[in-house]
Design a protein around this ligand. Structure first.
Ligand SMILES: C[S@@+](CC[C@H](N)C(=O)[O-])C[C@H]1O[C@@H](n2cnc3c(N)ncnc32)[C@H](O)[C@@H]1O
Length: 200
């Protein structure tokens, strides 16, 4: 089985994420970047196995993923702590849900070509209340980054890993305000990530 097929198993995916991201990533991302308040309505596009929910305060959480395996793992792991839907969130389906305070998409944009990525940002914008925020996190190329980080990014399942400027060009075509941060030490393995916070 190809590595991409193996990673579609929630257990293998979580094990690989534990090795690569370590235990620091999720609480750091939740506490320093998502910064949710109790009661916030949060929509997680491409929620995977729902790891962020372990670290969020009590919120109204909606996790969407196209993978039935990941959604079933979310339901087993979190029960009714959130709502988990095996569904692709699109411009057509987003209006089925009430506007939310925060949209999160981690590890999603680098799987999408420019047109698909622009569409994802537009879907997120449509899902947000006025004053709401979108947080994205993806692998990122940067001149001079560690050779191991570059090698891991070259081998990623996502075929659209970009430089900071590439991600920002897409985000700013949809959101007027985009703050980006590039980090080299967020994961356990040498890796470079870009976090973007987008608001209207
Ligand atoms: C690499 S996984 C990332 C999972 C998780 N967020 C994480 O950081 O570990 C990307 C997931 O996004 C999902 N996905 C991508 N676009 C989506 C969309 N528009 N609606 C729902 N799920 C989506 C895919 O099914 C895939 O499982």
């Amino acid at each position: 089985m190809a590595i991409t097929g193996i990673l579609s198993s929630p257990l293998v995916y979580d094990t690989w994420q534990y090795i690569a991201r370590g235990t620091r990533y999720a609480p750091l991302f939740v506490n320093d970047y998502i910064k949710a308040r109790p009661g916030d309505r949060i929509l997680d596009i491409g929620c995977g196995t729902g790891v962020l929910l372990d670290y969020l305060p009590p919120v109204d959480y909606f996790g969407f993923d196209m993978s039935a395996h990941y959604i079933s793992a979310c339901r087993k792991r979190h029960g009714n702590k959130g709502t988990f839907l095996q569904r692709e969130l699109t411009a057509d389906t987003v209006s089925d849900y009430e506007a939310c305070d925060i949209v999160v998409a981690t590890g999603v944009v680098h799987h999408l070509d420019d047109a698909e990525a622009r569409n994802l940002f537009a879907v997120a914008k449509a899902a947000l209340k006025p004053g709401g925020r979108l947080l994205t996190l993806d692998g990122c190329y940067e001149a001079g980054q560690s050779r191991i980080a570059k090698m891991l990014l070259d081998k990623d399942r996502g075929k659209f890993v970009r430089m900071e400027s590439g991600y920002r060009a897409i985000a700013t075509s949809v959101f007027p305000n985009v703050a980006s941060t590039v980090l080299h030490d967020m994961f356990r393995l040498p890796y470079t990530v870009i976090i973007m916070e987008c608001s209207t």
